[in-house]
Unconditional design. Structure first.
Length: 463
């Protein structure tokens, strides 16, 4: 039996590709035009329409809703947000604590809305367990735990090897950190339920309608132009496809595999009865979940970036990447050595030059955008959408500033990525450095983070 490679993702193979919606029939007008039919765009449409029912909202999607990262991710609904530490330096510790608290609350908000809208997305709130299995990783884990606690996570736990194994028996794990602010879910089930809820509210969605250019009050496509006072760019890893945005956010590739359903005999050796989201403290880190039908879905970096910010079409990934992810799976859980890999795929996520997620509304032009989630988008998209809602209501005079509009990631300015070939060389070099650092840390006994990895962090702008 062969492994299915591509075909968008396992989540779509499992759930089915939705019936296509009609493309834009010609020039049109709206009160708000949202470019991108992923989580950011759909959540924004949902919250705007709920807040102001009379708004005429149009969503334009290049392929079909959830074609990008929203339909290919690891199903981690958790409270991580890219850039929080930098925001603490720029705006003060208290501002970053407010941002973190908003993310903690966002996990519960997604669960709440899914229940309210009757969306069965296989959500299980088991939290997030991040393990360490080398001395250097354990040092980073303890530092990570201290930092998270300092940002207000008083309910976080630091676990030793024995207590880690009581949750999930990852071979060689010497410790872990657990937060309750996380849930496993089926990304496409959430996406389909959300898009149906949005349409039921009266939002218009046009698929197969790529936006080629965004200008103040204009979203331009080959089928016509949508004119609206507010044009919101919600395109994440596909932002480079829009005119003038080639160097805004780098489309970073992430790849995943999913096993066949595992027999109970294998689960008896692994544990994982709490169905926590599982990650590690490696530099080229992995992320995994135990699915509702008892598979393991595991992801990490393959070929991290394609020259010229190109994005893939159908999610196909390299055979070497599939094998590398399988090796990680078996290293974590040796009893999976004979288990078949049913599906493998890749997708792109948006990475700003300073690795900071942002949400912005330019009040002088009516142009807004949100993204740069760096792999933490399942929850961050929801917070971004509610923030865009509040920014538009504030700009249109319907409300004043809110707790969300004053968070430190609002209106953050990010410099562009370097032109090619420097962009490609830099990203390839960075991940080669991280992979090498992981190998050296695994082979050695040093408790300090590998020096090359520390240099790569500084060059990349991650710290």
């Amino acid at each position: 039996m062969s492994t299915v490679n591509g075909g968008i993702s396992f989540w779509y193979a499992n759930e089915g590709i939705p019936a296509p919606r009609e493309p834009l029939p010609g020039d049109a007008t709206a009160d708000v035009c949202i470019v991108g039919g992923g989580y950011t765009g759909l959540w924004t449409a949902y919250y705007l329409k709920k807040a102001v029912p009379f708004l005429n909202i149009t969503v334009l999607e290049a392929k079909f809703c959830g074609y990008g990262a929203s339909g290919r991710n690891g199903g981690w609904l958790y409270n991580g947000i890219a850039g929080r530490d930098r925001y603490a330096k720029l705006h003060g510790h208290d501002a970053a604590v407010r941002l973190q608290q908003a993310m903690n609350d966002t996990v519960d908000e997604v669960v709440r809305v899914a229940a309210e809208e009757g969306i069965d997305a296989d959500i299980h709130q088991g939290g997030v367990l991040e393990v360490a299995y080398t001395p250097a990783q354990l040092t980073r884990l303890k530092a990570f735990h201290s930092v998270e606690t300092a940002f207000g996570e008083k309910d976080r736990l630091l676990l030793g090897a024995r207590d880690t194994a009581k949750r999930i028996r990852v071979t060689g794990a010497v410790g872990s950190a657990w937060t309750p602010h996380g849930a496993r879910l089926h990304p496409v089930k959430l996406l389909k339920g959300l898009s149906a809820a949005v349409e039921a509210l009266g939002v218009t969605i046009h698929e197969s309608t790529p936006v080629t250019e965004i200008k103040p009050k204009h979203a331009i496509t080959a089928y016509g132009t949508v004119r609206a006072p507010y044009i919101l760019r919600c395109t994440e890893g596909f932002t480079a496809n829009i005119k003038g945005q080639k160097r805004s956010w780098l489309p970073m590739n992430s790849s995943m595999i999913v096993t066949e359903p595992l027999p109970q005999s294998v689960w008896d050796t692994i544990g994982w009865e709490g169905r926590e989201n599982l990650g590690d403290m490696a530099h080229a880190y992995v992320y995994a979940q135990r699915t509702a039908d008892d598979r393991i879905a595991l992801g990490g970096r393959g070929v991290p970036y394609r020259f010229g910010s190109r994005t893939d079409n159908d999610g196909r990934t390299q055979p070497a990447t599939i094998e590398a992810l399988r090796e990680i799976l078996v290293r974590f859980f040796p009893t999976t050595a004979g288990i078949h890999i049913d599906h493998a795929w890749s997708g792109v996520l948006g990475v700003p030059r300073d690795w900071c997620s942002t949400v912005t509304l330019d009040r002088s032009t009516g142009l807004g955008w949100a993204g740069g989630y760096v792999g933490s988008g399942v929850a961050t998209t929801n917070l971004a959408a509610r923030t865009l809602r509040d920014l538009i209501q504030q700009d249109s005079g319907q409300s004043g500033p809110t707790d969300l509009t004053t968070l430190p990631w609002v209106d953050h300015k990010v410099r562009k990525w370097e032109p090619e070939p420097f962009r490609w060389l830099g990203v390839q070099g960075m991940y080669a450095a991280y992979r090498g650092a992981d190998r050296r840390e695994a082979a050695g006994h040093d408790t300090r983070t590998d020096r090359v990895a520390r240099i790569a962090d500084r060059v990349a702008g991650r710290h």
